[in-house]
Design a protein around this ligand. Structure first.
Ligand SMILES: NC(=O)c1ccc[n+]([C@@H]2O[C@H](COP(=O)([O-])OP(=O)(O)OC[C@H]3O[C@@H](n4cnc5c(N)ncnc54)[C@H](O)[C@@H]3O)[C@@H](O)[C@H]2O)c1
Length: 395
């Protein structure tokens, strides 16, 4: 190759780092392994995710919202990863399935879960009173005792009203925290840690879990506890508006997909499309999932698609990362990486400021919002749909 030709080649690749793998040494750390050995495909995306967190999402006190789906807490990932991340100030607010919070209670109440196998006889397990979540096993009594704990706690006077799910989880977390103290256990429950750290936890489908089932049953006994989903929608939008209006970045860290993913992302259309407040979208998008984009479902929808909805800032799209892998593999790796590479941050304690956060977005909305069609500076087609439009010359 001539030197002239060589220059052309190097210019062609100028913006791409050379693949330069290093041999794994005996004492290599997780963080070094990710930087040096996770070079391509979903390994490459995992490295990009780690670096996105460490270099862009966490610096300058950026707001990080995390969504949780999949059976993460039954697998112990609450205790092993989520709690250390929350205590380090790396997660500012959370949207979770009810299931992850329900199964978190087992750990908070010091109940026993076991590492089993996915290849057991489920009819035999049922006869023996054993519950199975893939290869996680526990006694049926774990469910019954957890249910009883929820019912006993929520019959108290402070639960006899309508409240946002963040407030409900905060109050529930207070009781789990107190029970943990009595049992002499610490840092066992995501709910108790969120209570300690003032981290709001929402759930997008309050009825769709054993927590919701127990709340519903208690309503048949006269309990007045109801979840205020309108408050949740506005409160989560308020958190994002608070970040953006105080010159902070807003990042979404999505584990899995499902309804919590949308609940986290819809905060931006709620601000722009519904409330009529000028905004550009979340700054950083990181998703770990097994869901594919080509089925049209939201779980697998890409950050590029989210840009079209106003959910993600188009200028930040090149920074987005989707890692197609199992969260139970990726979360411990990402947690180890950022806990090694990034200094702990001051807790934002967004829960403590929930009323002020809601009031800020409410008063802005009442100034800018309308009941009739929202006026937007966003370029919109004259027709909302292409139905009946002439095909373009290009065909
Ligand atoms: N006992 C309970 O309370 C209980 C138990 C199970 C489920 N549920 C309820 O059922 C609903 C569905 O919950 P779900 O968490 O099973 O969600 P789901 O199965 O609908 O998963 C949501 C998305 O996350 C992806 N995903 C799941 N696990 C993943 C992993 N390990 N790695 C990468 N991606 C992953 C899935 O492919 C999917 O796209 C929730 O509302 C939940 O509360 C309740």
């Amino acid at each position: 190759m001539s030197s002239k030709k060589g220059q052309v080649v190097s210019r062609k690749f100028a913006s791409y780092p050379r693949l330069n793998p290093l041999g794994v040494g005996r004492n290599i750390t997780v963080a070094d392994a990710i930087d040096q050995c996770f070079l391509a495909y979903n390994g490459g995306r995992l490295r990009e995710a780690a670096q996105l967190l460490a270099k862009k999402m966490l610096p300058d006190n950026g707001y990080v919202g995390m969504s949780l789906t999949g059976a993460l807490t039954p697998a112990g990932l609450g205790k092993s990863c989520l709690i250390p991340l929350m205590k380090a100030g790396f997660v500012d607010w959370i949207i979770s399935t009810g299931a992850n919070l329900y199964h978190d209670l087992h750990y908070g109440l010091d109940m026993e879960l076991y590492s089993g196998s996915p290849f057991l006889d489920d009819v035999e397990l049922r006869d023996e009173g054993v519950i199975r979540i893939y290869d996680v096993l526990f006694d049926y009594n774990v469910l019954l005792d957890t249910d009883a704990f929820v019912r006993e706690v929520i019959q108290g006077p402070e639960f006899q009203r309508t409240m946002g799910t963040d407030e409900f989880h905060y109050l529930l977390g207070k009781y789990v925290h107190a029970r943990g103290k009595k049992l002499g256990i610490r840092d066992s429950s995501v709910l108790a840690t969120a209570y300690e750290c003032g981290i709001p936890i929402f759930t997008s489908s309050p009825g769709d879990s054993s927590i919701g089932m127990n709340v519903a049953a208690m309503s048949l006994r006269g309990s007045a506890l109801l979840m205020d989903v309108n408050r949740d929608v506005n409160q989560t939008a308020g958190i994002v508006y608070h970040a953006k209006s105080t010159e902070h970045t807003s990042s979404v860290w999505i584990l899995g997909g499902g309804s919590p993913k949308n609940f986290m992302l819809q905060t931006e259309p709620q601000i722009q499309e519904v409330m009529g407040i000028e905004e550009k979208g979340h700054d950083y998008f990181l998703q770990v999932t097994d869901a594919r984009p080509d089925t049209g479902g939201l779980s697998g929808a890409t950050p590029a698609e989210a840009v079209s909805w106003g959910k993600v800032d188009p200028d930040k799209l090149p920074d987005s990362v989707v890692c197609y892998a199992d969260s139970t593999i990726v979360l411990p790796l990402l947690s180890a990486y950022i806990l090694t590479r990034v200094k702990p941050r001051k807790q934002k304690r967004l829960y403590d400021r929930r009323d002020a956060i809601l009031e800020a977005v409410r008063s802005k909305y009442l100034k800018t919002g309308t009941v009739s069609k929202v006026l937007t500076s966003r370029k919109v087609a004259k027709r909302a749909s292409s139905v009946g439009m002439k095909p373009s010359k290009k065909g």
